[in-house]
Design a protein around this ligand. Structure first.
Ligand code: GLY
Length: 361
């Protein structure tokens, strides 16, 4: 299978996203070209036993720092432990290199570690989950969570490179794989007809993890994200914020039901809600909303909010949304496929009813 390189063009912070199957040779070459004084792999208790040895041998890493798998590890306590372990090696300096080998949690935490160690050192994203390959590993968002909400402490710190090795997808648990398809459908809704039609046509192959199909889907998602990030690196113009389609309600669901939903599952429910809002308040055609929602369902993703989630809880949790201004939340909406923008919405019962897909009593 070919190796594709998608450039993320950010001046002196530019880098490539390398996509292919079995990229160990490419990783080795990259590590050699960087000539780091030392290097560290951050991974988790699921991925480490499967893949850390091969990556450690390829990049000649000094230490593998392993965190417990799961969202709870994106914490100040876990970050503190990583600082302690990294400094204890006495091999850390400004020319050290961090490899974040894992899914979104490892990428966010490892990236934040690299961003803050010695005021910022270089790091490489080696995403092992589909979700991290198509979204979180690209664009330099790094963060940990706070009790108030997800990703509330973080910085933008672009990686030196991203290696999306399709080989990792073979060992990804089914539920985790499927949940990532929500971010892919979201990307198609934002990017337009071409990717949407391609996903509809190849849905069967995607479900069975056909690697050549996944290669082209991942490449399309990364190309789209690279274009958005190049235009609005630190989310000021509003273009990058449109990548958060479906995420306002998703964050509410993840906060209200921390163990019950994977991020992608929550994004799927949130995207269906954002499409309802778009139909009601942004002139999106009902047919387009149904088409996108049908694709989410075809991939086996949930599109209904849990019955126990009430309007009052939605409104209360949205109060803590970090993109909130007063009692108004800026929702990402579509006016047509590929046309997204922000719609300021007052936090009230009508909004909650619309998001939850329930009539306002
Ligand atoms: N995941 C959205 C972004 O990177 O901006």
């Amino acid at each position: 299978m070919d190796v594709t390189r998608v450039p993320v063009s950010l001046g002196e912070r530019s880098y490539d996203v390398v996509i292919g199957e079995r990229l160990i040779g490419e990783l080795r070459e990259f590590a050699e070209s960087e000539k780091p004084t030392s290097s560290f792999i951050v991974t988790d208790s699921n991925v480490g036993p499967l893949h850390a040895d091969a990556v450690q041998n390829a990049v000649v890493a000094n230490r593998v720092l392993t965190i417990q798998a799961g969202e709870n590890s994106k914490s100040l306590a876990q970050l503190g432990r990583l600082y302690d372990e990294a400094f204890a090696t006495r091999q850390l300096d400004r020319h050290s290199l961090v490899f974040a080998l894992g899914g979104g949690v490892v990428g966010d935490l490892g990236g934040y570690l690299a961003a803050t160690l010695l005021r910022g050192i270089r790091y490489v994203q080696v995403p092992t989950s589909l979700l991290a390959m198509v979204d979180s590993s690209v664009g330099g968002k790094t963060a940990i969570n706070h009790a108030t909400g997800k990703n509330l402490i973080g910085v933008f710190h672009q990686p030196a490179a991203v290696f999306c090795d399709l080989h990792f997808l073979k060992t990804l648990p089914d539920r985790e794989y499927t949940s990532a398809l929500a971010e892919i459908v979201k990307t198609a809704a934002l990017s337009g007809e071409e990717l949407m039609a391609a996903l509809e046509e190849s849905a069967g192959k995607i479900v069975v993890r056909d690697l050549p199909t996944l290669h082209s889907v991942i490449e399309a998602c990364v190309r789209f994200k690279a274009e958005v990030v190049a235009e609005d690196e630190v989310e000021v113009s509003g273009r990058r914020a449109t990548l958060n389609l479906g995420h306002s309600l998703a964050h509410v669901i993840e906060t209200a039901f921390p163990e019950r939903f994977l991020h992608g599952e929550a994004v799927s429910i949130g995207t269906a809600a954002a499409l309802r809002l778009s139909v009601e308040r942004a002139q999106l055609s009902g047919d387009v909303a149904s088409r996108v929602t049908a694709l989410l369902e075809r991939f086996g993703l949930p599109v209904e909010a849990p019955a126990e989630l009430g309007a009052a809880q939605v409104l209360q949790l949205m109060e803590t949304d970090k993109k909130r201004a007063g009692h108004v939340v800026r929702f990402v909406v579509l006016s047509e496929l590929g046309e997204a923008g922000a719609l300021p919405c007052k936090l009230d019962d009508d909004l909650a009813a619309l998001l939850l897909g329930r009539a306002n009593a």
